[in-house]
Design a protein around this ligand. Structure first.
Ligand code: PXP
Length: 240
């Protein structure tokens, strides 16, 4: 039986498409192929500036996909409206800064606490599974529980950077491990993502209690060389 579900993030298929303003490569085609290859869910991040995935991609993908769509959104009124209109089975709330290249850290859970709580309430009322993208911080995990999230997704960016630069990652791994234990103890489902590669996914897959990985940039990049089916297959072997 599979230990960790594999969520395939296809944002960067859209990045390549948008680089030339063409209709290809198609994120929908990538999503349906990933589904065929055994992805457990598809993740897309509809950014406020629509720099990769756009509203049409969201409509098309959600109408064709059989596996769950995990929609990443910033905590804004606009994004809440979109999520409630499309009702994806999963939503992950992420921090967003216009000028960042990628999501730089976890959510600041003190900021606008009641607004966040209200968003979570409205999504859950529509039976949407809500996850919060957080740092592996015990304080933030307790706050996520108080906000009534169903899951947390641990930001693995720092851990992956340490691995990529051949630095000592033991402290960060330990921090993630403690975060996973606490989250499971208080009844939050644990996901992990950001910057994951074959190597970092393999190390993290040894931590008990992580239920889902969401992997995008490396997976799309590696697929240029080995193809999406082969790359997904390799990740599936890692997480099984
Ligand atoms: N999980 C979340 C919440 C994210 O925001 C991202 C990046 O969009 C990812 C996972 C995937 O990160 P990467 O593209 O580095 O694999």
């Amino acid at each position: 039986m599979k230990k960790i579900r594999l969520g395939v993030n296809i944002d960067h298929v859209a990045t390549v498409r948008n680089a030339r303003g063409e209709k290809y490569p198609s994120p929908l085609r990538a999503a349906t192929l990933a589904e065929k290859c055994g992805a457990d869910s598809i993740t897309i991040h509809l950014r406020e500036d629509r720099r990769h995935i756009n509203d049409t991609d969201l409509s098309l993908i959600i109408s064709k996909l059989k596996i769950p769509l995990n929609l990443e959104i910033a905590a804004t009124r606009e994004m809440l409206k979109i999520a409630l209109r499309h009702r994806p089975p999963f939503v992950c709330i992420v921090p967003e800064k216009r000028k960042e290249i990628t999501t730089e850290g976890g959510l600041k859970l003190n900021f606008n606490k009641s607004f966040l709580k209200n968003i979570i309430f409205k999504l859950k009322k529509k039976k949407i599974r809500v996850s919060l993208f957080v740092e592996p911080s015990l304080t933030d995990i307790k706050k996520a529980k108080l906000l009534n999230a169903d899951c947390i997704e641990i930001h693995t960016g720092k851990f992956c950077n340490l691995i990529n630069s051949n630095s000592n990652f033991n402290n960060e791994l330990n921090r993630i491990n403690k975060a996973v234990i606490l989250a499971n103890k208080i009844g939050l489902e644990v996901h992990a993502g950001h910057g994951l590669t074959y190597k970092s996914a393999k190390i993290l897959s040894r931590i008990k209690g992580i239920k889902e990985f969401n992997i995008g940039h490396f997976l799309v990049g590696e697929s240029i060389f080995v193809g999406l089916p082969s790359c997904i297959n390799k990740f599936k072997k890692i997480v099984k």
